[in-house]
Design a protein around this ligand. Sequence first.
Ligand SMILES: NC(=O)c1ccc[n+]([C@@H]2O[C@H](COP(=O)([O-])OP(=O)(O)OC[C@H]3O[C@@H](n4cnc5c(N)ncnc54)[C@H](O)[C@@H]3O)[C@@H](O)[C@H]2O)c1
Length: 350
Amino acid sequence: MTVFNSPEFDNHEQVVFCADADSGLRAIIAVHNTNLGPALGGCRMWPYADDDEALRDALRLARGMTYKSAITGLPYGGGKSVIIGDPKTLKSEALLRAMGRFVDSLGGRYQTAEDVGTTVADMDILRQETEFAHGLSGSSGDPSPATAYGVFMGIRAALYFKHQRDDLRGLTVAVQGLGNVGKRLCRYLADAGTRLVVADINEDAMQAAIRDFGATPVSPNDIHKVEADVFAPCALGAILNDKSIPELSAGIVAGSANNQLAGPQHGEALRKRGVLYAPDYVINAGGLIDIYVGEEGGNQEAVLKRTMQIYDTTLTILERAASEEIATDTIADRMAEERFRDRRNCRVAA
Ligand SMILES: NC(=O)c1ccc[n+]([C@@H]2O[C@H](COP(=O)([O-])OP(=O)(O)OC[C@H]3O[C@@H](n4cnc5c(N)ncnc54)[C@H](O)[C@@H]3O)[C@@H](O)[C@H]2O)c1
């Protein structure tokens, strides 16, 4: 395994390998960039095939957090940690406490929260070892409500940009994935008078959407082809690829799923097809805002108020991309880089 030659290495400031023999903990903490503040990013627990895969994931996800924090205007850098192992079998209090001690050893340069494979209850355990664990029970907790609200704001901004209207009455939105974010997004959309077409591999989630929102179910293989005003991917990454992009019917893609573009070329492929893409990390930042506002002592109302700003951020990106005739994800990356690389924005002058 090499770090500096890894394809995902992007001048990350620090990569820490953590092992605790007693609990079986093996973990990697990646700090990408701390120019704007401490590197914040969730702790993922996953049965990676090998250490290389875990390292690549940590590096890639940490970099993504730098961009998300910067574009959202939060005083955070980007980081991520991954614990190697199946959470169903390997997770224990001792392992989580050991992880908490490693997080603590970085003195706040890296701060963590829940992610795939970890929960609010797990963060409560980490917190017993470090003050740098967030998303605790009784405070910010579940980030999904704020994430769903931010995606709703992103959808409205994209509609306004494309059609000069952000009222969703009578429009059709195709939602892929009815989990924590998707089902809450459906609630916002249904309340706004939207017709919903939905897909999930979980039959119970489908039935709930039919019952609660009068949604029309379609096969998970066909949801991106549905004739809709908006396609909202809220399940998997890499959903926008060589195969799916030519099959899209909706004129707007805006959803919560991370890493929707299969490759860097696919943002431009969408632009060429005339599909307006609201970049994933711009509109799914509500969970991050939730942590920030919660740490500042704000309540849920304050979280939603701050999350509303995703509307303006999205609109700015779409306008700039159109005027410069380049893909929206490219512009979002550039705007984020302008913020976190501009020394005037830096928390500590280098
Ligand atoms: N939860 C958050 O606050 C948050 C924040 C930022 C980004 N995201 C991203 O948003 C997405 C959804 O997050 P979530 O918390 O709702 O996850 P979740 O696990 O609660 O829900 C995902 C849903 O997608 C469904 N699904 C899986 N494969 C599918 C397929 N092939 N077709 C259709 N449905 C499928 C699952 O059955 C599940 O219902 C993820 O990509 C996540 O990384 C979530």
